[in-house]
Design a protein around this ligand. Structure first.
Ligand SMILES: Cc1cc2nc3c(=O)[nH]c(=O)nc-3n(C[C@H](O)[C@H](O)[C@H](O)COP(=O)(O)O)c2cc1C
Length: 221
């Protein structure tokens, strides 16, 4: 059977589901592969929401594919925290967007945005990186979506296996032991937290996409 449909027992063909009309890009950097695992988890969360597609790009790839980024409804930013901020490669992508996107008329205005970061220690000053991403989104006129998970692992019944075990609100955080490769880190709880962020952004983007057309028509009328 080709990709256009599925065949059931009597040989009849069911039409393939329509291509997603809501698309979300993930733009991330990962020096050693740990944040890449988190990015893949965000993508998996997005794919769980029917009707939403994903474009997964490194910060280097993104700088060659601005037009594709301009066409998506949401962009999720991801970077490891290096020296208390997003990595230099992520910063290079941010700066490149100034000429490529802002100077050309704020082409990302009103897109949805969200972010995630990963680092070696439990805190590791990851909040600084999430703030950097939220400010970046604000400078582009984007709408920031938070994590929407209660902080966990903060009571006698909490554990390291809880969703949002690191207790962030602004975006998804992960922690990777510095002596573990990306096959072992970040742990499942942090990948599940990243999947949650992906699902949430997909849900919000879908609401914006489906709700926006009638809203604009009403405003124009
Ligand atoms: C140059 C450099 C600076 C780092 N600074 C921090 C830091 O400020 N806080 C922290 O918790 N971890 C820090 N780390 C650890 C990384 O965040 C951690 O190893 C992370 O998993 C790397 O992600 P990646 O494999 O996607 O590059 C630093 C690592 C490097 C290489």
């Amino acid at each position: 059977m080709d990709s256009t449909g599925t065949s059931d027992k009597d040989g009849s063909v069911e039409p393939a589901p329509p291509a997603p009309t809501t698309r979300i890009a993930i733009v991330y950097h990962s020096g050693y592969g740990h944040t890449a695992r988190q990015a893949e988890a965000v993508a998996a969360g997005i794919r769980q929401v029917r009707g939403v597609g994903v474009l997964l790009l490194t910060t280097d790839e993104a700088q060659m594919r601005w037009e594709e980024l301009n066409a998506v409804q949401a962009i999720v930013f991801g970077a490891p925290t290096y020296v208390g901020a997003g990595s230099a490669s992520f910063k290079a992508f941010q700066e490149a967007s100034s000429n490529a996107i802002m100077a050309k008329g704020y082409l990302w205005k009103d897109k949805i945005a969200a972010g995630f970061t990963n680092s070696g220690t439990q805190s590791g000053d990851k909040l600084s990186t999430l703030l950097q991403m939220a400010l970046f989104a604000a400078q582009h006129g984007m709408h920031w979506v938070n994590l929407d998970l209660p902080p966990a692992n903060c009571s006698s019944t909490g554990s390291d296996e809880d969703l949002n075990r690191l207790g962030f609100w602004l975006g998804a955080a992960a922690q990777s032991n510095v002596d573990h490769g990306p096959d072992l880190a970040p742990p499942e709880a942090d990948l599940a937290t990243a999947r949650h962020l992906g699902q949430r952004v997909a849900s919000v983007a879908l609401q914006f996409t489906l709700g926006r057309e009638p809203a604009l028509a009403a405003l124009a009328g």
